[in-house]
Design a protein around this ligand. Sequence first.
Ligand SMILES: C[S@@+](CC[C@H](N)C(=O)[O-])C[C@H]1O[C@@H](n2cnc3c(N)ncnc32)[C@H](O)[C@@H]1O
Length: 286
Amino acid sequence: MNKKKKWNNTLKDKSLLGLRKNYLNDFRNKNEFYELIFYIKGWTKSDCFVYENDSFGEEDIKKFLELKEQLKTKPMSYVVKSSWFYGLNFFVDERVLIPRSETELIVDNIVRDKKNYDNYLDLCTGSGCIPIALSKYKTFKEIMAIDISSDALEVAKINCDKMESNIIFVEGDFLEPVLKLKRKFNLVTANPPYIDVNDKHVEDLVKNNEPHLALYAPEDGTMFYRKLFEEFYNIIDVTKPFKLISEFGFQQKEQIESLFYKSEIKYKINFSKDLAGHWRYFVIEN
Ligand SMILES: C[S@@+](CC[C@H](N)C(=O)[O-])C[C@H]1O[C@@H](n2cnc3c(N)ncnc32)[C@H](O)[C@@H]1O
């Protein structure tokens, strides 16, 4: 008899309360225990109170133990194949970065912005979380989203269909497709990879699971900002209301300022902090 089966049979109380008593301490935190239960049973928080004494079936217990095991080395979002972002539930797997709560601030900034923008470009789209969330709150004539990873774009398209958004996805290297097409946009959002390739402080859970293409960038992690500033006038339509907004690493403000002041851009740059008080994104607008 294998080890998992043995646990299963020795688990006397097969209800939620029983699972909680036996296994809660195996989880990184209480939320992860419940998230697994929601995923397996399709329950809500209140269902957990209503059904807390009901016995789980053999299959559910087996699944619970298997997924609990996976959680030892994998982030929850990859185990349950979903992640919440700006109130929407996105499909995610190992092909894309798990959307982060800091990134919601970019969406929120634009949602609160009274200006309207015709054409919208999202760079480094990953799961598509930024343009898809924005498309639920703002109307654009066109939304284009670029990523170099065809794998990531497959996930973005799944989310686009799931959320019934209308986005043109383009596979390509950062600004190259836009420069090639000689297209300019009024709104540009970006959350590029920005971790220095030599950074030794990246959490194991992140480093061992999330795509390195989504994490690391050359030039101390600032290469994409340099490119953005260099090509600013070739990608932004400054004849109309415009906004360029991008996330960056919490220790990169000074490097970004220095790149900005060396550039030809004649507009102001404003920096904003995240909820933890770290500098997190910049905005250039007219
Ligand atoms: C930090 S993730 C951001 C994903 C998503 N926008 C989000 O906020 O969750 C960066 C994304 O940039 C993509 N990427 C990396 N290098 C790129 C490049 N040269 N051109 C376009 N996309 C790139 C990666 O594939 C990844 O999906």
